[in-house]
Structure formats: structure tokens, C-alpha cells
Design a protein around this ligand. Structure first.
Ligand SMILES: Nc1ncnc2c1ncn2[C@@H]1O[C@H](COP(=O)(O)OP(=O)(O)OP(=O)(O)O)[C@@H](O)[C@H]1O
Ligand SMILES: [Mg+2]
Length: 284
């Protein structure tokens, strides 16, 4: 951990979240949730999967709210095995949880550099040029279109905004728990984003419909009918599958970039990464 982070931690008194535990509540029909309490430790990445409406976002909201039986699910969230001090629920600094959701955008009239300085300033810190540069570099590793300190926040693309938020959350936010709802379709390298957050020793929970992203995590919670119904550990076979899916992801990314740039995609027909099974139309 770097000096800035240490100083932030000291300031906000937030070191020491070693374990987060979700105690079961009720499903949407009021039946008990059929799982034992589930714990997460610093550095854990856990995915949350389940059909639309199964309760993934609700679970993230319970964690963000540090629910104490006071949400529709009746779940309780414990920090280091005990009910947390809830005074942080309402305050911007000192928060345990940072949430990144799909539709966040900057509405501030400031440059990228000014925003980072303000964010550090709100924690009583001054960012030196090297640290500011490191955060911007991290954001640029997540997105195809580079951003710079003098870019205006309001002019950033969706992908650039999200990349900056993720880098900022990983490197400047003191929140030890990061919740991500639906990171797909955001124009950023999602695998890299998860690694960046994980590297800062945070607990990262990601709700997703994407198998490739879900297999990044060694553990995944399966939701149905508003309840956690299973906790699956990634198998060695799934890990192998994940490396193959990563090849497909890279193919998609290349296609996306080329089509955005206005290029012809003809050459992809003979690209080794493109499946070669003829379509029904070709066979006809
Ligand atoms: N245990 C529960 N008890 C009561 N209401 C619940 C419970 N779990 C979820 N809900 C409610 O059900 C609705 C659908 O849940 P939610 O939005 O969390 O689904 P989701 O899995 O995130 O769906 P999507 O994949 O479409 O984002 C929400 O209104 C949520 O508050
Ligand atoms: Mg949702």
C-alpha cells in the first residue's frame, strides 16, 4: 500500500475491514434463504449471477446499505463478524463501500486533473504530479481512447468516464469494499479493471450476466427468486474454459475497434480466431 493510501486510511479510520459477512434473510416469497452465512475477505473477487430480476442488484444494495434486517430481504451484513457502526451510511468520506453502476457520468465542470485534486483534497491530501499521472495511466490501460489531465470531465466518453471512476476508486478511494453492477458494454477492459481493484486489497463484488467475467472470480453466488441459492467454486475445467473465452473476448474487442474505426471486416473471415464451421446459409 502506498503513502497516499496509508494517509487516507489513517484519516478515515478505515483500515481493518478484514471480513464482510452476509447473513441469510428471506427470498421474495418470504421463505428463508437456503444458504449459510457467506464471508468475503480483502482481496476477494466474487461474482453474483442469476436471471434478470433474481435479486443481484438487491444483494449489492443490501451490502451498500450495510443492511441490519431493515431491507426487503431481511439480510444482515456484518463487518469483521459484528454489526457495523452505521454512522458512515450517510457520509461521503469514511464510507466502507464504493459503488460503480452502469449509468454513472460526470456532471462536474472541471478537468480530469482538477477532479482528482478535489477528490484527494476532500480527504485532506495533496496529490503530487506522479500520483495523479499514475491514476490517469491506470485509467488509460482500461480504455482504448486515452484521457489526459487537462480533458474536461463533461467531454469524456462513457468508456473514459468509467475508466477514470474505476482507477479513482481503486487508487484514491478509501472504501475497502467495491460493488460493481453490470460492468459489460462499457467500452473498457473489464478483466483489467477487476485486476486493478483486486490489486488494492479491496473486497470486489461484481453482478454480471457475462460468463467470461463470472469465471474471473474463484467464487460465484447464484441468485434466484430474490435469494442466494448456491455458492459455486470455479472448477479447473471452468478455469480452462475462461482462458478460451478470453480469446473470444479479444476477437470481439478487435472487431469492435475495427468497426468503430470504419474498417472493412472482410479479413476476419480467414482469421484463425473466428469459428470456421460453415453456417446453414453457406451450406444451402
Ligand atoms: N429477497 C427479496 N425480497 C423482496 N424483494 C426482493 C428480494 N430480492 C429482490 N427483490 C426485489 O426484486 C426486484 C428485482 O431484483 P433485482 O433488481 O435485484 O434483480 P437483478 O438480478 O439485479 O435483475 P437484472 O439482471 O435485471 O439487473 C427488485 O425490486 C428487488 O428490490
Ligand atoms: Mg440488476
Amino acid at each position: 500500500m502506498n503513502a497516499v493510501q496509508d494517509a487516507l486510511d489513517a484519516l478515515c479510520g478505515e483500515t481493518g475491514v478484514r471480513r464482510l459477512t452476509v447473513e441469510p434473510g428471506r427470498d421474495r416469497r418470504g421463505n428463508p434463504e437456503p444458504v449459510a452465512p457467506i464471508s468475503f475477505s480483502a482481496g476477494d473477487v466474487v461474482c453474483i449471477v442469476g436471471a434478470t430480476g433474481s435479486g443481484k442488484s438487491r444483494l449489492l444494495e443490501d451490502i451498500e446499505w450495510l443492511a441490519q434486517g431493515d431491507t426487503p430481504t431481511g439480510r444482515r451484513v456484518l463487518v469483521n463478524g459484528a454489526a457495523p457502526d452505521l454512522s458512515g451510511r450517510y457520509s461521503g468520506t469514511g464510507r466502507l463501500v464504493a459503488q460503480l453502476s452502469q449509468n454513472m457520468n460526470f456532471v462536474m465542470d472541471a478537468s480530469v486533473g482538477e477532479f482528482l485534486d478535489l477528490h484527494a483534497g476532500s480527504r485532506g491530501l495533496t496529490l503530487d504530479a506522479a500520483r495523479r499521472g499514475a491514476i490517469i495511466d491506470a485509467a488509460n490501460r482500461l480504455t482504448g481512447e486515452a484521457l489526459a489531465a487537462d480533458h474536461q470531465l463533461t467531454e469524456l466518453s462513457g468508456g473514459q468516464s468509467r475508466a477514470l471512476m474505476i482507477a479513482d476508486t481503486a487508487m484514491l478511494s478509501t472504501s475497502p469494499i467495491v460493488l460493481i453492477d453490470e460492468i459489460e458494454n462499457a467500452g473498457i477492459d473489464r478483466h483489467q479493471a477487476i485486476r486493478l481493484l483486486q490489486g488494492e486489497d479491496k473486497i470486489v463484488l461484481v453482478a454480471t450476466h457475462d460468463p467470461s467475467l463470472a469465471l474471473l472470480a474463484p467464487r460465484r453466488l447464484v441468485l434466484a427468486g430474490g435469494a442466494i441459492v448456491d455458492v459455486r467454486r470455479r472448477t479447473p475445467q471452468e478455469e480452462l474454459l475462461a482462458t478460451r473465452l478470453a480469446t473470444l473476448d479479444r476477437l470481439q474487442e478487435r472487431l469492435r475497434n475495427d468497426i468503430r474505426t470504419g474498417l472493412s471486416l472482410d479479413a476476419y473471415l480467414s482469421d484463425p480466431a473466428v469459428p470456421t464451421v460453415p453456417t446453414a446459409k453457406e451450406n444451402a
